[in-house]
Write a protein that binds this ligand. Structure first.
Ligand code: SAH
Length: 206
C-alpha cells in the first residue's frame, strides 16, 4: 500500500503499476498511429519477406506485450502467480517504460517513411544510419525490449510480467537475421559497412 497526496485512501502498488503500464501502452499507440497512417500510403517495392511466418511472429509478440498483460490487468488472472510489488520496482518500471517510449519516438522519427510493421522494402527505400541508428542497427527493437522489461517490473505476475520478454524475444530471435539478410540484399556493401561498425540492440555489446 502507498499513500498518494490528494488521494483519500492508500492505494495498492499493484493498481498504480497496472495503470502506469496501461498508460505506457496507450502512449506507445498514440506515438505510433501517425506513422502507421503514413506507412499505409507509401508504396511497397518488395514484399517477399512479408510472410505468414512474419505475421505469426507479430501475433506472438502482441500476445506477450499486449493481450496476456491486459487480461491480467483487467481480471487478475492468473492470480496464483502474483507476488507482492515493491515501490522500488514500480518506480524503476515507470522510468524504464518512459525510456522505451522516448527511444521508440526517436526511432520512428529517424526511420521516417522507411518504417513498416512487417518486413518489407518501400519504394525509394533509404538505408538510415544516422540519429539513434548510428548507435545500434535495431533501436526500435531495443525500445521494445525496454518496454518488455518495464512490463516485467510493473506487473508482479510470473505469467503477465514475463510474457512480454518471451513474446518479443521470440519475434526478435526469429526475425532479426532475416531482416538483416533482406537489408543486405537491398543495400549490399553499404549495409555490410553499417553492420561492421554497429551492434544490434545494445551499443558496444550486442
Ligand atoms: N529493425 C529496425 C526497424 C524495425 S521496422 C529497428 O529495430 O529499429 C522494420 C522495417 O524497417 C523493415 O521492414 C526494414 O525495411 C526497415 N529497416 C530496418 N532497418 C533499417 C535501416 N537501417 N534503414 C532503413 N530501413 C530499415
Amino acid at each position: 500500500m502507498i499513500s498518494l497526496p490528494l488521494f483519500p485512501h492508500p492505494v495498492s502498488t499493484l493498481s498504480v503499476a497496472t495503470l502506469i503500464w496501461a498508460a505506457g501502452v496507450i502512449g506507445w499507440y498514440v506515438l505510433r498511429l501517425p506513422f502507421e497512417l503514413k506507412a499505409k500510403r507509401t508504396q511497397v517495392a518488395d514484399a517477399r519477406h512479408r510472410t505468414l511466418r512474419d505475421y505469426t511472429l507479430l501475433t506472438i509478440s502482441t500476445l506477450g506485450l499486449g493481450i496476456i498483460p491486459a487480461v491480467f490487468a483487467v481480471t487478475n488472472w492468473p492470480r496464483a502467480l502474483t507476488y507482492p510489488l515493491s515501490v522500488a520496482q514500480l518506480v524503476t518500471g515507470t522510468l524504464v517504460f518512459a525510456a522505451a517510449l522516448w527511444l521508440f519516438w526517436r526511432t520512428h522519427r529517424d526511420l521516417g517513411r522507411n518504417w513498416s510493421v512487417t518486413l518489407e522494402i518501400k519504394d525509394a527505400h533509404q538505408l538510415v544510419t544516422s540519429g539513434v541508428y548510428r548507435q545500434v542497427r535495431h533501436p526500435m527493437y531495443s525500445a521494445f525490449f525496454l518496454w518488455a522489461l518495464a512490463q516485467a517490473l510493473l506487473l508482479p505476475n510470473l505469467l503477465a510480467g514475463f510474457s512480454g520478454l518471451v513474446g518479443f524475444g521470440i519475434l526478435f530471435a526469429f526475425r532479426v537475421g532475416r531482416e538483416e539478410a533482406m537489408m543486405r540484399e537491398t543495400f549490399g556493401a553499404d549495409y555490410d559497412a553499417y553492420v561492421a561498425r554497429t551492434k544490434r540492440i545494445i551499443p558496444g555489446l550486442y
